[in-house]
Design a protein around this ligand. Structure first.
Ligand code: NDP
Length: 452
């Protein structure tokens, strides 16, 4: 049977774009459909604009710190519209670049929503044109989850809208205790917004090392974020331009904006999965095997729509593995064991490998090394913010099993530590490494005192 394309990809985010470009470079005929903007969540309404916001918010601190170094900076003032405009310009540039690179690789782009109509076919909406493909890749990502059970939930924004607020509110409520909630709480607090974080748990960042969770709670308080823990929003109403939140503890308070950051879910709704025989799990995530094959043998899925490790670099690497396996006769799968994570709070967090809790459960003997100190840069600026570094070591083999860092640039640090952990290095090899002085990172190779 002849097909219009060798590969048809639905979703031009990080995973879909990488898989499509590489497949086309292997000589296959490839098309990709995108209903929103090429670049996907990461580029358009995720990691990239978020990081610009993080920088913007951090400049306020730097201005304060600079005074201790002799700079006379006058009164601080911040212009939100300037940030939005410059951020949008850069997102436009990246969007054009993604399109250009796809076209350069020979990929046909359809700026349409595409839905599956069978194991080898998709329909482009709204026009209804049917296209066939030998293989289909679903890379539609995720969407913010809304608290549908909370009356008035539609009055809350999600991270999608947070990137386009016409003006900064004076007061903001952020619901959730995951990546997005803590990052945006720091961003908006740093931009001068009076932020309250409401979370159903007693601590943020479930699943992270306990010391990092403690570090983050302290950092949020230091940033001036009001914490409402073990509390949920029961109802939201609107009055005089303000959103009134009624909390589970009976209190109520009004805010200029309420942002819901209670997780994301796979974007599979209305995709025609049933028509094509593609199975999903109870969270509507597409079930795939280690080569990203769904229950339908010609259809594949990767990235957040499979709800495994929902991170951009993972989706990109999955895209590479998929293209190599299916179109370059070079079967590849990913090792998900050592994946570094960064949370761009202020200060940031970096984490790779096992948490102390996980290591204690899995290994007979564990050694912990931990260092907490005030980074040199904070000293003259009278900035009390601290840095925390922790290594978790297998007592039997001396191998470093986990590293957790809280502090400025922790996201950069952890990328490098991840190389050492991927290589399976031991604590003795960390210790053999000669320190770079004076840096904060030298602590990683000079921690000698075992805490346990
Ligand atoms: P997360 O899954 O990280 O966190 C969701 C939070 O919402 C948790 O604190 C959870 O609580 C809480 N929650 C879930 N359901 C409810 C509910 N019904 N009512 C109240 N609270 C609820 O999701 P995010 O939205 O923060 O981020 C989504 C994903 O995006 C992340 O998992 C990550 O993969 C990715 N991401 C990565 C970033 C990075 O790499 N820096 C940045 C931003 C996003 P509980 O802990 O009790 O379950």
């Amino acid at each position: 049977m002849d097909f219009d394309y060798d590969l048809f990809t639905i979703g031009a985010g990080s995973g879909g774009v990488r898989a499509s470009r590489l497949t086309a470079q292997f000589g296959a005929k490839v098309a990709i459909a995108e209903e929103s903007r090429v670049g996907g969540t990461c580029v358009v309404r995720g990691c990239v604009p978020k990081k610009f916001f993080v920088y913007a918010s951090h400049f306020g601190d730097l201005i304060d710190d600079a005074k201790g170094y002799g700079w006379q900076t006058g009164e601080k003032s911040f212009h939100w519209q300037t940030l939005l405009q410059r951020k949008d310009n850069e997102i436009d540039r990246l969007n054009r670049l993604y399109i250009k690179n796809l076209e350069k690789a020979g990929v046909t782009i359809f700026h349409n929503r595409a839905v599956l109509t069978g194991p080898h076919s998709v329909r482009l909406l709204p026009e209804g044109r049917e296209i066939t493909a030998r293989k289909i890749l679903i890379a539609t990502g995720g969407r913010p989850t809304k608290a549908q059970n909370v009356p008035g939930h539609e009055l809350a924004i999600t991270s999608d809208e947070a990137f386009h607020l016409e003006q900064l509110p004076e007061k903001m409520l952020i619901a959730g205790g995951g990546y997005i909630a803590v990052e945006f709480a720091c961003i908006f607090a740093g931009l001068g917004v009076d932020v309250t974080l409401v979370h159903r748990g007693d601590q943020v960042l479930r699943g992270f090392d306990q010391d990092l969770r403690d570090f983050t709670m302290a950092a949020l308080v230091h940033r001036g974020v009001s914490l409402k823990m073990t509390t949920t929003i029961e109802q939201i109403s609107y009055k005089n331009g303000q959103r009134m939140a009624l909390f589970s503890n009976g209190e109520s308070e009004s805010f200029g904006q309420i942002m819901s950051a209670i997780g994301r879910h796979p974007h599979t709704y209305g995709l025609g999965l049933e028509a094509a025989g593609v199975a999903v799990d109870d969270k509507q995530a597409i079930i795939v095997d280690k080569y990203y094959r769904t229950s339908q043998e010609n259809i594949f899925a990767l990235g957040d729509v499979t709800n495994r490790v929902n991170l951009t670099p993972v989706a990109i690497r999955e895209g590479v593995a998929f293209a190599e396996t299916q179109f370059n006769n070079n079967a590849q799968t990913l090792n998900y064991d050592v994946i570094a994570k960064a949370v761009f709070t202020q200060p940031a967090l970096g984490s790779v490998g096992l948490t102390e809790e996980q290591a204690r459960a899995a290994y007979k003997s564990i050694h912990i090394y931990r260092s907490e100190f005030r980074p040199m840069r904070n000293i003259l600026g009278d900035n009390p913010e601290k840095m925390m570094m922790k290594l978790i070591v297998d007592g039997e083999t001396n191998r470093v099993l986990g590293c957790h860092i809280g502090g400025e640039e922790a996201g950069e640090f952890i990328q490098l530590v991840a190389i050492a952990l991927t290589a399976g290095l031991t604590k003795a090899q960390f210790d053999q490494t000669i320190a770079v002085h004076p840096t904060a990172a030298e602590e990683l190779v000079t921690m000698r005192e075992k805490l346990s």
